[in-house]
Design a protein around this ligand. Structure first.
Ligand SMILES: [Zn+2]
Ligand SMILES: [Zn+2]
Length: 245
């Protein structure tokens, strides 16, 4: 399998839909998959370009929604923690179930295992070059699905409480999505990177690193941002002193 290189993927297919099934027929966490991913699927500059494009896109949406929000509304202050908890629950449930178990109709998000965990498995937890960014930032089709979910929630808020509440719901949704991407991006940076000097990033990154252990990934640390639902559901795992991290 390793001797014959598959044909190079057209750039738009990799950007839009990620690797295809036949690209992923490698042993889990194998050096062959990492090599194939870097050389055939991503290309020299695509990882960095893709990360910049996606961060810019989500940040632009957040800024646009911030500008579009009506003036201060007291109910927004009360709703913010409610929405935050709801998005934290959604992050936990999506990650624990369809992203880690093949579920009918949701096979595309199982790419989290076939790409992200396959590429960043066990001791291979950190970026080694900017092209590795491609295996961290969520694929574009997930952006489209999350946008559809956020817009559906905003539509419900519009029907119940009007345009201001719809914009506020969408603002929290995209701000949470940006937070998820930023934190997850920082977790996979090397330990001597400046962002790792921030104690909460370092602590969260260590917890996420445990989730990247092949033996633990289907059982522990499913929250990517803050481990609220991991604590509530008893799936929080912290390394003991003796554990290598
Ligand atoms: Zn990760
Ligand atoms: Zn995972």
């Amino acid at each position: 399998m390793a001797d014959r290189a598959p044909p190079a993927a057209p750039w738009f297919r990799t950007y839009l839909w990620g690797p295809q099934k036949h690209d992923l027929a490698y042993a889990f966490g194998s050096a062959e998959f990492r090599r194939h991913f870097r050389d055939v699927l991503v290309g020299e500059r695509q990882g960095r370009r893709y990360a910049i494009a996606m961060f810019s896109l989500i940040a632009t949406i957040v800024v646009a929604l911030t500008l579009a929000l009506p003036g201060f509304d007291r109910s927004f202050v009360l709703l913010l923690p409610v929405y935050f908890i709801a998005f934290n629950a959604a992050e936990y449930l999506l990650h624990r179930f369809p992203m880690h178990r093949r579920m009918k109709g949701m096979e595309l998000v199982f790419e989290h295992v076939t790409v992200h965990h396959n590429f960043y498995a066990d001791e291979h937890y950190y970026y080694e070059s900017p092209r590795d960014f491609y295996a961290v930032v969520l694929p574009f089709h997930v952006f489209l699905s999350l946008s559809a979910a956020i817009c559906s929630g905003a539509l419900v808020a519009y029907l119940v409480a009007g345009a201001g509440h719809a914009l506020f719901f969408a603002w929290v949704g995209y701000a949470y999505y940006l937070l998820y991407e930023l934190l997850h991006f920082c977790y996979h940076t090397n330990e001597d990177n400046l962002v790792r000097a921030l104690p909460f990033i370092d602590r969260l990154s260590r917890a996420h690193r445990l989730h990247h252990r092949t033996s633990l990934m289907t059982r522990y640390n499913f929250n990517i941002t803050f481990p609220i639902f991991d604590r509530l559901c008893g799936t929080s795992y912290r390394a003991r002193e003796a554990d290598p991290t």
